[in-house]
Design a protein around this ligand. Sequence first.
Ligand code: NAD
Ligand code: TYD
Length: 342
Amino acid sequence: MTILVTGGAGFIGSNFIHYMMEKYPDYKIVCIDKLTYAGNLRNLETVLDKKNFRFIKGDICDRELVYRIFEEEKPDVVINFAAESHVDRSIESPDIFLKTNILGTQVLLDASRKYNVKRFHQVSTDEVYGDLPLDRSDLKFTESSPLRPSSPYSASKASADLLVLAYHRTYGVPVTISRCSNNYGPYQFPEKLIPLMIINALNDRPLPVYGDGRNVRDWIHVKDHCEAIDIIIHRGKEGEIYNIGGENERANIDVVRMILRELGKPESLIRFVKDRPGHDRRYALDISRMKKEFGWSPKISFEEGLKSTIKWYLENRSWWEEIINGEYMNYYERMYGERLKE
Ligand code: NAD
Ligand code: TYD
């Protein structure tokens, strides 16, 4: 079996490659990644010279290159992780989100159709459903909830989902889609909440919490997400959508406090800053389809997962120091400079 993984040098894609190479030593994994600011070959350094792994630096929007890879590798399964993935960046400049997340997905779908892949899996997000009110804990999104994305990022992901479903209906491309909640774990780029807070706390810098800090996210350890995708590509039904969640809703401020406690740092580092425009209040997923059809549920508790993630960042300082000493600081200044002055 040959699996083409797009965006495999990013956070979830690289975790997925490690997970699969360990579990299925007979599979060949081919990875295409543009190596944007979020892609990092260090995430893959332990597999780069394995015989059953091939890395290609390239853009999923590059039709010629993508077709050539399909021609050469004849993948059985394609898993599309490649995306621009950060909401704040999508608010700043939406264009690249539409290009990569929608048009890039279309190129991959065309190639999957042309070369008759057995499965095209789209890695999507719970953010396509929009948000839920804080005071209605009884409400959760199911796979048939309407799409009501709030940000350019989530709108681009929702558009891609619709395209994937249209290619199934019109051309019979054998697709599946998974919509996952907020991931955390090793190799997450420090623009996202959990690694950003861990690193700022370690450097005794202020922790910028948007708005009142009461926004709620459902956190899942990346390894649980990888396991669920593995199940869906092997056993999921064509044309179906699967919600993957952690059943672990937390207010941002509580997550930040847990990190400070774990690191032995004072809460005085917390700074409430100007809110994100259009900030989704709460995400929550109903994952009963994954439970019923496959007996899957998340295994890693948040307490245990957060502890091991913090340990990873402590033990892999050079990984994130290299990032924060590069272009990242310009981003940080743009995003937080004014906010932290107010
Ligand atoms: P990430 O930003 O860490 O990684 C994205 C990867 O895609 C990077 O390696 C980047 O170089 C690559 N990439 C970007 N544009 C590309 C292009 N045009 N061609 C080829 N490669 C390109 O993102 P992530 O957090 O690992 O997310 C992976 C996928 O999972 C995304 O599709 C995202 O929408 C989805 N998702 C993420 C989360 C989360 O909490 N992080 C939750 C649900 C779904
Ligand atoms: P993030 O990790 O960007 O993921 P998403 O927006 O996709 O959910 O943010 C998670 C939550 O944390 C979200 O409610 C925004 C909030 N947040 C902050 O309060 N401060 C920050 O510096 C960042 C990056 C996020």
